[in-house]
Ligand binder design. Structure first.
Ligand SMILES: [Zn+2]
Length: 294
């Protein structure tokens, strides 16, 4: 169906313009559902027939149904739109691009059902973005996690353990700490857990300092969205895969994120490396939060 091909092309253009980048502005006059927040990263764009979905790194999804006359356009910042403003149903901006949806029939947002994101029972863990968050409690929640075989990369997204990290920073935290994303949470030592939590709190607060400026693109991210590119601290290259339930993009360096790698754990002679790596130290030192202490 020609319309469906057009929508697939639009999804591909949106992926290029928005994917892996922090959103600086969101506008949707007739939106049904929660408003996506500036500063969040667009993680995924998909089309199914006449439906187009955009997913952010906190699990928020925008769904647009493009019946006759509905379309998505991508413009450079400052470029004139080819349709009038009053036909705009959604606009999503980042530093360079504006993606605009015109005349969509339905525009709604929702969060993918996930019991860990919506704990029906049990309370949310501490919010890492809060300056008075109880980080010691997060350490204890990690060390006493109910399922000792759960992968650490999944546990970092469990909102019963901690809130505020999102998919971008779970990948970055694991890289900075040199941990394998597939490490079973039950194998973490207390120093491992302390380092994870301190790193996570540093990264999310640094992001908060930058606000919705959209500046966590490219240069400061070590692994997120860098599938196939060279690792900043070793000769290896970054891998990317959709993992977990619901499936989320995970990025990591299989060469240097070896600590507690299940493949390595099978070999008792292999000494895990958890020392602060110079490149990881530089990465942390380069964060504005560390460069300009308050
Ligand atoms: Zn590496």
């Amino acid at each position: 169906m020609p319309e469906e091909v057009t929508i697939q092309r639009a999804a591909s253009a949106l992926r290029t313009a928005l994917g892996g980048k922090a959103m600086t502005r969101f506008d949707s006059p007739r939106l049904v559902g929660p408003v996506p927040q500036a500063g969040r990263t667009v993680e995924h764009v998909e089309s199914h027939g006449r439906h187009l979905e955009i997913e952010w790194d906190n699990g928020m999804i925008l769904h647009t149904h493009l019946r006759r006359g509905g379309s998505w356009h991508v413009y450079r910042q400052g470029e004139n739109w080819r349709r009038p403003y009053d036909q705009m149903r959604v606009s999503i901006e980042n530093d360079n691009w504006v993606a605009v949806c015109f005349n969509a029939h339905d525009v709604e947002t929702y969060r993918r059902p996930d019991k860990r994101r919506h704990p029906g029972s049990g309370r949310l863990g501490p919010d890492l973005t809060a300056s008075d968050a109880d980080l010691g409690l997060v350490v204890n929640l990690l060390l006493s996690y109910e399922d000792a075989t759960a992968r650490v990369s999944e546990v970092l997204l469990d909102q019963r353990v901690m809130v505020g990290i999102g998919n971008v920073y779970r990948c970055e935290v694991l890289w900075v700490t040199g941990l394998s994303p597939f490490a079973p949470v039950g194998e973490l030592t207390e120093p491992d857990a302390v380092r994870i939590v301190n790193t996570a709190a540093s990264l999310v607060r640094a992001q908060l300092h930058r606000g919705g400026a959209g500046s966590h693109e490219g240069r400061r991210l070590a692994v997120y969205g860098r599938n196939g590119q060279k690792c900043p601290r070793c000769p290896g290259s970054i891998d990317g895969a959709r993992t977990g339930q619901p499936r989320r993009m995970l990025y990591w360096c299989p060469s240097c994120q070896s600590h507690l790698d299940p493949r390595v754990l099978a070999d008792p002679d292999d000494t895990p490396v958890m020392d602060p790596h110079p490149a990881a130290q530089r990465f942390l030192a380069d964060l504005p939060w560390n460069r300009h202490p308050a």
